[in-house]
Design a protein around this ligand. Structure first.
Ligand code: FRU
Length: 574
């Protein structure tokens, strides 16, 4: 197995300090694949060594004679990439905590699990150090403090705080052990890691879902309680509820779970919202390659009203993570409904992407305005997926966030302490163009508020570049190692393209080095580029083109070259 020296060094320094070695004697090997590990209960954190290319181990945490947790982890077999924490302090009232560990794979000739390097490297510590060790971690984008992240889940706003939950693996930086992680922000720019909010249970791991603020206590969990619905991913995918009476900090699972079942294998990602037009709750859920739409009075009992989409839009993959919302069409008094449908694979440049449909919704049935064969994409980059909006956002805003990656290579991108970030928040609306209605995608005003007072000409790793255009132009970001990203606005053909084929590290996947190209609706007079260490998000300032792409320059880009009619300024973002 190939060793990764960089991350090895990072992982070692990561646990220095208060950590002390746990004894290998605590492991009792019962076969090549099985051992029992006795945990010292007087300690707070057990640091588990992970090797990303090792076999999966299934761990049961046993308190006395009862299983209290189960998770999968790639325990280090011959080198350590990083450590993850098991919080023993969660079991401080118990006397005997043991780990029952089963390793997958065949280990007949090499001593089996007893030969693994992890045993002599397990360590106890008083806390887990989350200080960033990654060169590619964005600064003003949300990332998990450690571990893997995919879709944004259950986002809501309440009492001045934006809550973001997400698909989280607390035991490694690759997809596994789906749990809802939680972060909060007061400005959509700086995020605080709040830990695990909803953990796997007997019904399965916790897949994507939504949360609503139940102002009128329709569910009976309490006025203003936050009610979440997520997919329990067990033998089948079913839908479960959890509620919070402390503003989303902790959740109690509903005793009547699961609340919705089906025999379809892909049946997930419920998105609930209050529909003022019919004074009921609605919920939209992805089933195979169509959406189901439900109504409810109390968030617990749901009636299936209709299905949408089997013959509409793109069907190159499974439909996932829906959303449905009413929005005003710019410059008119007209309201329309927009249905968001994330799809994987099938995106315009391969893999994951977000499509949407505009039409009418009577509270039961969605009717699409366009012909079945029309597909509209919300973002024309490669790294924009699982887009959904916040519930209860102020001033009627529709604030969306996406997961900034692509299932084609999300598990391989060159970071280890954490993997994946979210896009910047974007305010959505609708606009007309050539007799059709499209989704407007504009960077949220919080981004503009975060600009440094003075604009400069100096490109930094965490900035916004604002380009005023008077026609076609080519903008290149580059470093002195010859790595570059080339963006071309072609006014004649109404397109914008971004070429990341020579942008830096790319060999981790054959699907990474691409040129992405978007149609531009009307003339673009201002281009806004958000750069944050390993991501570039490009927008037409009027919201008629969005493109999100990851990049991994080995040295940050420090030069901007603009050819064509236009000028640019750079704002550092605080
Ligand atoms: C989309 C998705 C969802 C699912 C979740 C599992 O990226 O596949 O459909 O709920 O990820 O992590």
């Amino acid at each position: 197995m190939k060793k990764n020296l960089f991350s090895r060094t990072a992982a070692t320094s990561f646990v220095l300090g208060l950590a002390m070695a746990a004894s290998a004697q605590q492991a009792n090997f019962l076969s090549n694949n099985h051992c029992i590990y006795r945990v010292d209960n007087s300690q707070k954190v057990l640091l588990l060594p992970v090797q990303e290319k090792a076999e999966i181990c299934n761990i049961k945490v046993i308190d006395g004679n009862s299983q209290v947790k189960a998770f999968n982890i790639r325990l280090a077999s011959n080198h350590i990439d990083y450590y993850v924490p098991l919080y023993i302090s969660e079991y401080k009232n118990s006397k005997n905590i043991s780990l029952d560990i089963h390793v997958n794979g065949t280990y007949r000739n090499d001593g089996g699990v007893s030969s693994f390097t992890c045993w002599k490297n397990m360590k106890y510590a008083d806390s887990y150090d989350m200080t960033n060790t990654e060169q590619y971690r964005p600064v003003y984008h949300h990332t998990p403090a450690y571990g893997w992240m995919n879709d944004p889940n259950g986002m809501f706003y309440k009492d001045g705080v934006w809550h973001l939950y997400y698909q989280f693996n607390p035991y490694g930086s690759q997809w596994e052990n789906m749990t809802w992680g939680h972060s909060t922000s007061t400005d959509l720019m700086h995020w605080k890691f709040e830990g695990k909010a909803v953990e796997p249970d007997a019904w399965g791991t916790i897949f994507s879902g939504s949360a609503v603020v139940d102002h009128n206590n329709t569910a009976g969990f309490g006025n203003g309680s936050v009610v979440a619905m997520y997919t329990s991913a067990g033998e089948n995918q079913t839908q479960s509820l959890a509620y919070s009476t402390d503003n989303g900090k902790t959740f109690t699972k509903y005793a009547g779970n699961p609340v919705i079942t089906s025999n379809t294998p892909d049946f997930r990602d419920p998105h609930m919202f209050w529909n003022e037009d019919i004074k009921k709750w609605n919920m939209i859920l992805a089933e195979g390659q169509h959406m189901n739409i439900y109504t409810s009075d109390n968030l617990k009992e749901w009636t299936l009203e209709s299905q949408f989409g089997a013959e509409y839009g793109n069907h190159g993959g499974v439909w996932e993570c829906p959303d449905l919302m009413k929005m005003k069409v710019r410059g008119t008094d007209k309201y329309k409904w927009m249905l968001i449908c994330n799809i994987n694979p099938g995106g315009p440049f391969g893999g994951s992407a977000t499509q949407y449909f505009v039409g009418d919704f009577d509270g039961k049935k969605f009717t699409c305005d366009t012909k079945p064969e029309v597909t509209k994409w919300m973002d024309y980059g490669k790294d924009h997926y699982a887009t959904v909006t916040f519930d209860n956002a102020p001033d009627g805003r529709r604030v969306a966030m996406a997961w900034m990656s692509n299932w084609q290579y999300a598990n391989q991108v060159p970071t280890m302490q954490y993997r994946s970030g979210n896009s910047i928040p974007r305010d959505l609306d609708l606009y007309e163009y050539n007799g059709d209605i499209y989704c407007g995608v504009t960077p949220s005003p919080e981004l503009t508020a975060a600009r440094a007072k003075k604009a400069t000409k100096n490109l930094t790793e965490t900035c916004e570049v604002v380009v005023s255009l008077k026609g076609s132009a080519t903008l290149t970001l580059s470093n002195d190692k010859g790595e570059k990203v080339v963006m071309v606005y072609d006014e004649k053909n109404n397109t914008f393209a971004m070429d990341r084929t020579n942008s830096g590290l790319k060999d981790f996947s054959d699907d990474f080095a691409v040129v992405t190209k978007a149609p531009v609706h009307g003339k673009m007079s201002q281009l806004r580029l958000f750069i944050d260490k390993s991501s570039i998000e490009a927008f037409d300032a009027e919201g008629r083109m969005a493109m999100t792409n990851l990049v991994f320059p080995t040295k940050s880009y420090n030069k901007v070259t603009l050819k064509g009619k236009g000028k640019y300024v750079v704002y550092n973002l605080k």
